[in-house]
Design a protein around this ligand. Structure first.
Ligand code: BT5
Length: 246
C-alpha cells in the first residue's frame, strides 16, 4: 500500500533489507514502514526486537547525488529527528546517545541503522532505518538484554504510529534539506545540545582500540572529542562504535 511515498507492509524481514534489495525500484525519499520485522537488525548483526502491533520500524532511501550531504552524517541527522519527535510526543528526558541511539533517562527508546548499497565502488543508495518503541508492553521490554523503554511508558499515553511516522520523517527531510543547502553546521548546535554528553566519562569501543576518557565536545563533522587520562585528545568518527557511560 502506498500513500505519499510511504510503503506500508504488514511483515517484512527488515525494512532496511527491503530497501537495500529494491533500491533500483524505489525513488529517492521513499519510506518503507512495517508493522513487524522477522529479522530486524541493529549494527554489527545485532538483533532489533520488532514485535507486531506496537512499535515503529521504518527506513528511508536516499540516492546520489548527495550534494553537500555527507552520508556519514545521516545517523546524526536521523537521531536528531527521532529526538525532536519523541519530545513532541511527550518524552521529557530524551537525549541522543552518540552515535545512533535515543534514550529516555537510562533506557533505550530508539536506534538508527544506516547502510550503503555500493556497486563497483560507487554508492548507489543509502538507507537509514529507524526503530522506535512506541507502545511496547513493559513485560516485552523487560525481556530485552539491556534496559529499554517506550514513548507510551515515558509519556503516559498510547501513541499512534502513523502520526509518529509523519512527524519523524517531516523532521528528517527538513534536516536533510537544510544540510544539503547549508551543511551540517546549521543543525549542529541542536544536535550537540540534544546529545548531552559533554563532560561525561565514556568508553568508546570498536575499530582497533578502545578510547576511555571525558567527552570534551561533539564536533560539527559528527565526531566526538575525547580527552584521555594522560591528556591526549582523540577525535572519534562514528561508524560501528559503541559508547558506554562510565
Ligand atoms: C541499533 O543498533 O540501535 C539500530 C536499530 C535499528 C532498527 C531499525 S528498525 C527499522 C530498520 N530495519 C532494521 O532491520 N533495522 C532498522 P545497535 O546500536 O547495534 O543496538 C542493538 C541493541 O539494541 C541490541 O543488541 C539490544 O541490546 C538493543 N535492542 C534490540 N531491540 C531493541 C528494542 N526494540 N528496544 C530497545 N533496545 C533494543
Amino acid at each position: 500500500m502506498t500513500d505519499d511515498g510511504i510503503i506500508y507492509l504488514d511483515e517484512v524481514d527488515s525494512t532496511n533489507s527491503y530497501c537495500m534489495r529494491s533500491y533500483e525500484d524505489l525513488s529517492i525519499g521513499t519510506i518503507v514502514v512495517a508493522d513487524s520485522q522477522t529479522a530486524g537488525r541493529g549494527r554489527l548483526g545485532r538483533v532489533w526486537h520488532s514485535p507486531p502491533g506496537c512499535n515503529l520500524y521504518a527506513s528511508i532511501i536516499l540516492k546520489p547525488p548527495f550534494w553537500r550531504l555527507d552520508p556519514a552524517l545521516l545517523p546524526h541527522i536521523a537521531s536528531l529527528a527521532v529526538y525532536n519527535m519523541v519530545c513532541d510526543f511527550g518524552v521529557e528526558n530524551a537525549w541522543i546517545k552518540w552515535p545512533n541511539d535515543v534514550y529516555a533517562g537510562g533506557r533505550k527508546l530508539a536506534g538508527v541503522l544506516t547502510e550503503s548499497r555500493i556497486v563497483n565502488g560507487a554508492v548507489q543508495a543509502v538507507v537509514t532505518g529507524i526503530g522506535i518503541n512506541l507502545n511496547m508492553p513493559a513485560a516485552a521490554l523487560a525481556e530485552l538484554d539491556k534496559p529499554a523503554t517506550s514513548i507510551a511508558i515515558e509519556a503516559g499515553r498510547d501513541i499512534a504510529r502513523d502520526a509518529c511516522v509523519k512527524a519523524l520523517f517531516g523532521y528528517f527531510e527538513t534536516y536533510c534539506s537544510t544540510c544539503q543547502a547549508h551543511g551540517f553546521e546549521q543543525i549542529y548546535p541542536a544536535w550537540r545540545e540534544a546529545s548531552a554528553l559533554v563532560g561525561r566519562q565514556v568508553s568508546i569501543a570498536g575499530g582497533d582500540r578502545t578510547v576511555v576518557g571525558q567527552v570534551r565536545d561533539l564536533q560539527n563533522d559528527g565526531s566526538i572529542l575525547i580527552e584521555e587520562a594522560d591528556g591526549r585528545r582523540s577525535s572519534v568518527r562514528s561508524g560501528d562504535l559503541s559508547l558506554t557511560l562510565l
